[in-house]
Design a protein around this ligand. Sequence first.
Ligand code: TRP
Length: 334
Amino acid sequence: MKRAVSITVSLLLAVMLLVSAAGCSSAGDNASQSPAEEQIKIGIVQIVEHPSLNTIREAFIDHLAELGYKDGENIIIDYQNAQNDQTNLKTICQKFSNNRYDMIVAIATPSAQAAVGETKEIPVVFSACTDPVGSGLVDSLEKPGGNVTGTSDAVSAEQIMELAMRITPNVKTIGALYNSGETNSISVINDLKEYAAKNGLTVVEATVSNSSEVQQATASLAGKADAIFSPIDNTIASAMPVVAQVANQAKIPVYVGADSMVKDGGLATCGINYVELGQETANIAAQILEGANPGDIPVKTMKDMQIYLNKTTADAIGVTIPEDVLNEAVEIFE
Ligand code: TRP
């Protein structure tokens, strides 16, 4: 279908060139088939507003423009936010599908699951899905199949825990804080449990189903856990300032899955760069707009893990971050 659109656009351009070469500069009869009808429509669906997802979306839009697809010029971007509500997600994706948009870009796993549920035809490009296979989005990372592909922000619970043990080596009990309804969190928590079992640590869980439960769940870990571990969880990320406030008061270090969660008060992570991830998502979208079949494009995972630290949090809970860890960090938030 994309090819058909681009062939039509090319034909239209050729006709316009011929007409202007012939010295006819009036708007002419063709003006009724205005370019507005030819504009490619991209629907962006985002589960919730939190800094990391906003960063991804902005990087996606900017890079797509660099690749020649500019919002308001040759493409129209319709951005919708679901305010962390499943019903809204469904309504948004239904609208994109009924209006026959040319592409749906789904930011975070819940959005991607909703988009995939609504259409088997319109290309769905997901962004920042931690576990695309486990979340039922694609059959395999190498050969996704169907109308779906995208980028993954998978991180290693083991790497984050190794960092945690360098900063706070006396940790014995880890409090796992996450939304048990987010499939992106489950696989990381399973890896955390495996790491704990191998290293003689205990995991206690505090799960939530929405952001209003986060304060209570964090408080329940005070006195039980020596450290808190939170994966790349949308619900926890959107309530991260609350987590930090409760944990700092209890003087518990919080290790997280994403840089924005460190910026918002977590102590540390070993994670990916989300600007790059947004750009990679745009690269995939551009390939599809140029005619590639989504199912043939492998899911892009990010290889470079970087250390992010929060100095204000370290001071607040009385933790001294070792010099070598400080030197390795790409960013230290104040
Ligand atoms: N990985 C999350 C998902 O699969 C989305 C996400 C991206 C995220 N960046 C984040 C979640 C930062 C929390 C914090 O749904």
